[in-house]
Design a binder for this molecule. Structure first.
Ligand code: PRP
Length: 214
């Protein structure tokens, strides 16, 4: 079990591409995260000198850990927040891991009679097409979403575009951007009250660092 110490701030950190940018931001904010943590397979990283503990989570699970309070705060992309719709406080836009959620298709796309849309984000995609007044069948996939229109599983996809490299290399086109994505700092509702000083002071440090970056 982790975190017997109630004064420790437990932070759900997304593994992978957001971690790199988040740890850089934390270091700039004066929180010394040793660089040997960048490639570790450890799942719980203790940082007693700054009163924190990182829980290294799959990005999509970060809001779940925070909602249940096993993490006090977390870092998560707006894409996951929109899809998961968990009961957490969104405290701060960290401005990192910038990308966008888009509708993507083959260049020769034409409206189909029974359109199918593949995505890792079924809630986001369903809400978007409902708002557009378009009836579509949403197919949930877990990765390599771009394959779907290429091999005829779906005629369009809803997915994240960051550099556009995946689209270019697979001959796909971005048809519409739905919303912009950055990573956010979120908090558990009870932790936000019980550990308000620690959470607020971290927010202030991060906000100061972000302001100095612009
Ligand atoms: C994400 C996303 C796109 C790609 C976009 O996939 O689903 O496929 O990154 O990035 P780009 O615009 O810079 O090419 P991820 O790398 O997370 O892998 P996945 O296909 O397994 O979901």
């Amino acid at each position: 079990m982790s975190g017997a110490n109630k004064d420790i701030l437990k932070v759900a950190m997304p593994k992978g591409r957001i971690y790199k940018q988040a740890s850089k931001l934390f270091r700039e904010a004066g929180l010394p995260i040793p660089s040997d943590f960048d490639d570790t397979r450890k799942l719980i990283i203790e940082l007693p000198e700054v009163g924190m503990e990182f829980i290294m989570a799959k990005p999509v699970d970060v809001p779940t850990y925070v909602e249940y309070g096993v993490a006090d705060i977390g870092i998560v992309g707006k894409d996951v927040l929109m899809e998961e719709n968990k009961d957490v406080y969104e405290l701060l836009d960290l401005g990192i891991a910038k990308c966008r959620m888009s509708v993507i298709g083959m260049p020769d796309w034409k409206p189909a009679i029974n359109p199918r849309v593949a995505t890792k984000y079924p809630n986001v995609a369903s809400a978007y097409f409902r708002e557009q007044g378009q009836q579509v069948e949403v197919i949930k996939l877990n990765g390599s979403i771009e394959l779907a229109p290429m091999i005829g599983l779906a005629d369009r996809i809803v997915d994240m575009v960051e550099t556009g490299q995946t689209l270019r290399e697979n001959g796909l086109v971005e048809m519409e951007s739905i919303f912009g994505i950055t990573s956010r700092l979120i908090a558990n509702r009870v932790s936000y009250r019980m550990k308000n000083d620690a959470i607020q002071s971290l927010c202030d440090r991060l906000q100061g660092t972000l302001a100095a970056r612009v």
